[in-house]
Ligand binder design. Structure first.
Ligand code: A2P
Length: 330
């Protein structure tokens, strides 16, 4: 089996470390592994497949090596500075930041949904926003079958989506200490504020969900709105998704469509109090769906409760799945 040289930029971060874990779990065929961080973590080491790999400082020369695939997860400014350098050296970049997501020449990919878009890549492939990824795994089979007209997203997002800073603010808040990262206390609270506010009153996170969904489904006519909320949960994002379809549906058939779609686990038995919970879903790679019920306020509407591990399927797992598609096409 062919082996690949792989680089992870932001290897010491929460998503970077999870990517390394997933590459090992999925037995990704790696020859040489290069780990990059800022100067802060350079010189430390991380164990990979029972060997210690030294973390190096990211510089412009980091990509003048024989590397096949580079995962970037060190924020937008690092991607904007270095991703083009890597791709100019023939390296396929899988970028977890928002830097290139809405660039029309750069594929934005959830493998269960639009793996075919990878074939058009010109060196960089974007990993969507965490909340968008888990929603799209569920929306795609329903859009194919019943044609979606309108979507209302309401999210309940874990603090790990803000990295170590978010986790520390929740830990501190639970001890009665003041927040240092979020604008308000997150412990025992809900903040209707993820990423910065735009002039129109929406947050960037809300606009990411709206715009990325249209791009991935290749449908600019979809009517979508979103409210994104940070909640005091460590891992896994939850979403209430209200969907209006063009076409009529039968509820049991719709459940079957979801059960048979790739990457989804349906957990829906209200009589047994069975529905997806962030604590149960953390550490898993699938997207979990429950509370599947008709929205009787419109002709063809449905309500869903969708939960996924935001660091795994919402970031690291999706990126590794993209890499698996890339090597399938090499
Ligand atoms: P470092 O450990 O040196 O800070 P998180 O999102 O969990 O905070 O992780 C961010 C990741 O991105 C870390 O690995 C961090 O490295 C890395 N990083 C942050 N800024 C830069 C930069 N300017 N150049 C390279 N890596 C960076």
């Amino acid at each position: 089996m062919k082996k690949y040289n792989v680089a992870v930029v932001g290897a010491t971060g929460m998503v970077g470390r999870t990517m390394l874990k997933i590459l090992q779990e999925r037995d990704f065929s790696i020859d040489k592994l290069y780990l990059y961080s800022s100067s802060r973590s350079a010189g430390t080491s991380i164990e990979f497949n029972n060997k210690k790999v030294t973390v190096e400082e990211l510089t412009e020369n980091s990509f003048s090596k024989e590397i096949d695939i580079a995962f970037f997860s060190a924020g937008s400014s690092t991607s904007l500075k270095y991703a083009q350098i890597a791709s100019a050296n023939g390296i396929v970049v899988i970028d977890n930041s928002s830097a290139f997501r809405m660039d029309k020449d750069i594929p934005l990919v959830v493998p269960e949904v639009n793996a075919h878009d990878i074939t058009n890549h010109k060196g960089i492939i974007s990993n969507p926003n965490c909340s968008t990824i888990q929603a799209l795994v569920v929306l795609k089979p329903l859009h194919d079958k019943y044609k979606i007209k309108r979507i209302v997203f309401s999210t309940y997002q874990a603090v790990s989506g803000s990295g170590v800073n978010g986790i520390q603010d929740l830990e501190r808040g639970l001890l009665g200490e003041p927040n240092t990262f979020y604008p308000h206390q997150i412990a025992n609270n809900c903040l209707p504020h993820i990423d910065s506010f735009e002039e129109n009153g929406y947050t960037k996170e809300e606009l990411k969900m709206i715009n990325e969904t249209k791009k991935i489904l290749h449908d600019d006519d979809l009517r979508i709105t979103a409210t994104t909320v940070r909640v005091p949960v460590y891992y896994s994002h939850s979403e209430s998704i209200n969907i209006e379809f063009e076409n009529e549906f039968e509820i049991n058939e719709l459940k079957k469509v979801l059960e048979e779609a790739p990457g989804i686990i349906v957990l829906d038995n209200p009589k047994e109090n069975l529905y997806p919970l962030p604590t149960e879903v953390a550490g898993k790679d699938e997207v979990f769906v429950g509370r599947i019920r008709k929205d009787y306020s419109v002709d063809c509407g449905i309500n869903l409760w969708v939960v996924a591990d935001n660091i795994r399927k919402g970031a690291a797992t999706n990126a590794v799945q993209i890499a698996e598609e890339v090597i399938r096409n090499l």
